[in-house]
Design a protein. Structure first.
Length: 224
């Protein structure tokens, strides 16, 4: 579960332009998600009965303290915000002209708790990047072969005594993905089935030792 998910059901805050909370306190990630959704709703354009076009690039302006705190969360925050914005677009029936991109910037004109969101529709060059999610962390897979195990010599080292030193490896050729068990003691399971090797798709669940992994393929804008 993403670290914003627990806020989703109860959040119905309407955000227009800049806002300041009644009590000046640090901005929360879920408030950024709400501001992006509000901006998306207000800027969506009806092109036809079947097509409502929403902006696909969002620049989130934050005051210095809020920006530094959000920036420290890194890629996982941007991924969560992108996932939530995508889900909102699907729910509303919006379409994007290109891949969704979200960027945080520091704005000296804003104080603690304030936020503004600018949006636009841009055509972006996109690259598809494989990733592995485990225990709230996301690892981008930048090699054609990525080993996973409990030993520090693995490309992704997991603190799990149920895993072998090098338990399994993920394969990526730029388009297709696969998995191979590396002779582990307890075996590797893919979507509940024991496997020695085979292809995998996006959102495949992998079990090894006491750990559960989810293989992702995410869109990243080139140059951001």
């Amino acid at each position: 579960m993403g670290f914003l998910d627990k806020f989703e059901k109860g959040l119905e805050r309407v955000v227009t332009g800049a806002f300041t909370k009644t009590f000046k306190s640090e901005l929360q990630p879920v408030e950024i998600a709400s501001a992006i959704r509000s901006e998306m709703d207000s800027k969506a354009s009806i092109l036809s009965r079947e097509r409502i076009l929403a902006p696909n690039t969002f620049t989130v302006h934050l005051g210095k303290a809020d920006f530094e705190r959000m920036a420290s969360l890194g890629e996982p925050l941007i991924s969560e915000l992108t996932d939530l914005a995508t889900r909102h677009a699907l729910k509303q029936g919006f379409q994007f002209g290109a891949a969704l991109a979200i960027r945080l910037v520091e704005d000296s004109s804003l104080t603690l708790g304030q936020i503004t969101v600018e949006s636009a529709s841009h055509k972006l060059e996109v690259e598809w990047t494989p990733a592995l999610d485990v225990a709230g962390k996301r690892y981008l897979l930048n090699k054609s072969r990525t080993t996973v195990g409990r030993d520090e010599s693995s490309d992704i080292a997991i603190d799990d005594t149920g895993m072998s030193r090098k338990h399994f490896e993920l394969l990526w050729d730029g388009k297709n993905a696969g998995i191979r068990d590396l002779g582990s003691t307890n075996g590797t399971r893919v979507n509940g089935q024991a496997v020695a090797e085979g292809p995998i798709a996006a959102d495949t669940v992998i079990q090894a030792g006491r750990s559960e992994f989810v293989f992702r393929i995410i869109a990243r804008s080139v140059g951001n």
